[in-house]
Design a protein around this ligand. Structure first.
Ligand SMILES: [Zn+2]
Length: 457
C-alpha cells in the first residue's frame, strides 16, 4: 500500500513539475489537471474532494460557495454572483462525477491527468470536468472583470449525474429550489464536431429523449427439456420480443432533427447525403427513415423512439423448462411522446396475457425553444470565435441533469464550445478520453465570451 502511495506521489510530482523550457500551463489546464486527478467515479461518486477543491478556488477569489451534502460523502456546490435583477438568474450547471473506467484498456492512467502529444488524458476530460472548468473560469472572469451583471449568475457543480442525478440536480431542486432557481441553464450534451470532410458544426443541445424501461415477465409450464414445451416461458418471451422488434415505429422529424439533417445534408455525400435530402422533403422521412436508421443509427435515433432489449434472465439448468423468463427493454422516447402511451403500445404488441409488462422507469423527454438571451449569446459567441461554422440545435438520445431544470420551467442548453472529430468523442464513457490542449483553451475563451454575453445583456 505504502509503495503504491509513494509511486502515486512520485507520478504526481513529475506531472506537476513542468520541464524548464516549457511555457507555464494555462489556468484552465492547471485547474483541469488538479480536478481530474480526483477520482469521482460513480458509483460510488466521492464528490467531496472535488467539491472542496472547487470551493477553495472560489474562496481564493473572494466568492463564498455553499456546499450541500445530499448523502454521506456526496456533495453539491453552489456559488452566486449578484446581478441587477433585470433578468432571472443564469445557471452554469456541471457534474463532478464520472463514469467507471476499464484501466487496462487505457494508454495512460485514467486519473493521472497526463499530457501526451498535445492532449490531456483522463476520465472526465470530455464528460464533463472540462466543461466544469470552462464554466468556472467564465464565472471567475465575471468577478475579476467587475462585469455589470443584468442577472445573478449561479455556478452549480452537482453530484450523481452519471447515476441518475437523484443525489445531485434532482436533490438540489427538491431541497433547495431557491438556490438553483434560474430561467436559463447552461449544461452539457452539446458538441462541436469536425465532420469527416472537414466541415465544422456546432451542435447546441436543446432537447433530450425520454426514458421508458420496460420489464417483461413471461410465465409458462415448467417441465422436462426433452419434451417440447410450446407454452414454455422462454418461448413466450422470445416471441414477445420478436413481435416488439418487428412492430413498426413511426418516424418523426422534430425541430432538432430538422436542423441537424439540414446542416448534414449540405455536405454529406453518397447514399447518406441522398437519404438526408429525401428525409427533409415533406413525407420523405416515412419513405427513407428505415434505411437511414440502418445506415446511421445515431441519425435514426433522432427521428424515432428507440427500443433495445438489454437484459435476459431465465432457467437454472439446460434440461429444465423454467416457469418464468424475464427481459428488460430500454426504450427512448422523442420529446412530446408520452411514456404511458408507449407502455400501452408495448402491451398491445406483446398481446400475451402470460407475459406481464411493467415499467421500472418512465421519464418524458424534454425540449427548450431556441430563443432568449442565452441562446442568442451562444450563437453570437460561436460566430465570433468560429466564423462561418454552422450552428444546429440538437437532441441528445441520452438524458442529463438538464431534464430536471426543463421540468422546473427553465430553458436548458448543452454547450461544448470546441471542435473535435467524431473519433475523439468515442472517449465519452469509453477508453482514452482526452481533450487537446488547444481545444481546452479555445473552449474556455468561447465559454467565457458566451457567459459574459448572456449575463450582461
Ligand atoms: Zn456528463
Amino acid at each position: 500500500m505504502l509503495k503504491s502511495l509513494l509511486a502515486l506521489a512520485a507520478t504526481a510530482a513529475v506531472a506537476a513539475t513542468p520541464a524548464p523550457s516549457a511555457a507555464p500551463p494555462s489556468e484552465a489546464l492547471a485547474k483541469l489537471q488538479a480536478y481530474m486527478r480526483l477520482d469521482t467515479t460513480n458509483p460510488p461518486g466521492h464528490e467531496a474532494a472535488a467539491a472542496h477543491l472547487l470551493a477553495s478556488w472560489l474562496q481564493a477569489e473572494g466568492i463564498t460557495p455553499t456546499l450541500y451534502e445530499s448523502a454521506p460523502g456526496r456533495f453539491n456546490l453552489v456559488a452566486r454572483l449578484k446581478g441587477s435583477g433585470k433578468r432571472a438568474p443564469l445557471l452554469l450547471l456541471n457534474h463532478m462525477d464520472v463514469v467507471p473506467v476499464e484501466t487496462k484498456r487505457w494508454q495512460h492512467p485514467p486519473f493521472a491527468a497526463m499530457i501526451a502529444d498535445g492532449a490531456l488524458y483522463g476520465r472526465g476530460a470530455l464528460d464533463m470536468k472540462d466543461l466544469g472548468i470552462m464554466q468556472l473560469l467564465a464565472f471567475l472572469d465575471l468577478k475579476r472583470s467587475h462585469a455589470a451583471l443584468t442577472r445573478d449568475v449561479v455556478f452549480c457543480a452537482t453530484a450523481d449525474e452519471e447515476a441518475g442525478g437523484q443525489l445531485g440536480a434532482a436533490w438540489m431542486l427538491a431541497h433547495h429550489p431557491e438556490d438553483v432557481r434560474a430561467s436559463e441553464v447552461l449544461s452539457e450534451g452539446g458538441s462541436g464536431v469536425v465532420l469527416p470532410e472537414g466541415t465544422r458544426v456546432m451542435n447546441v443541445e436543446c432537447a433530450e429523449k425520454g426514458v421508458l424501461w420496460v420489464k417483461l415477465v413471461a410465465n409458462g409450464m415448467p417441465g422436462h427439456g426433452s419434451i417440447e414445451g410450446k407454452e414454455g416461458a422462454v418461448r413466450r418471451l422470445v416471441h414477445a420480443l420478436a413481435r416488439l422488434d418487428a412492430a413498426p415505429r413511426p418516424f418523426e422529424l422534430g425541430p432538432e432533427a430538422h436542423s441537424l439533417f439540414k446542416t448534414f445534408a449540405r455536405t454529406a455525400k453518397g447514399e447518406r447525403g441522398k437519404l438526408l435530402k429525401a428525409a427533409l422533403v415533406s413525407g420523405g422521412l416515412a419513405r427513407v427513415g428505415a434505411r437511414l436508421a440502418t445506415l446511421d443509427p445515431y441519425l435514426g435515433a433522432q427521428v424515432r423512439d428507440s427500443l433495445n432489449p438489454t437484459m435476459l434472465e431465465a432457467g437454472q439448468k439446460v434440461n429444465v423448462l423454467p416457469g418464468t423468463a424475464t427481459a428488460q427493454v430500454d426504450i427512448r422516447l422523442l420529446p412530446g411522446h408520452d411514456p404511458a402511451r408507449m407502455l400501452a403500445w408495448v402491451r398491445q404488441v406483446v398481446a400475451d396475457r402470460q407475459v406481464v409488462v411493467s415499467s421500472t422507469l418512465a421519464t418524458p423527454g424534454s425540449r427548450s425553444a431556441t430563443t432568449g438571451p442565452l441562446w442568442d449569446a451562444l450563437v453570437a459567441a460561436v460566430r465570433a470565435d468560429a466564423p462561418g461554422v454552422a450552428i444546429t440545435s440538437s437532441m441528445s438520445p441520452g438524458a442529463s441533469d438538464s431534464r430536471f431544470f426543463r421540468a422546473a420551467g427553465a430553458k436548458a442548453f448543452g454547450f461544448s464550445p470546441f471542435f473535435a472529430p467524431l473519433s475523439q468523442y468515442e472517449g465519452f464513457h469509453g477508453d482514452n478520453e482526452h481533450i487537446l490542449l488547444n481545444q481546452l483553451d479555445q473552449g474556455t475563451r468561447t465559454m467565457t465570451r458566451a457567459v459574459a454575453l448572456a449575463a450582461t445583456r
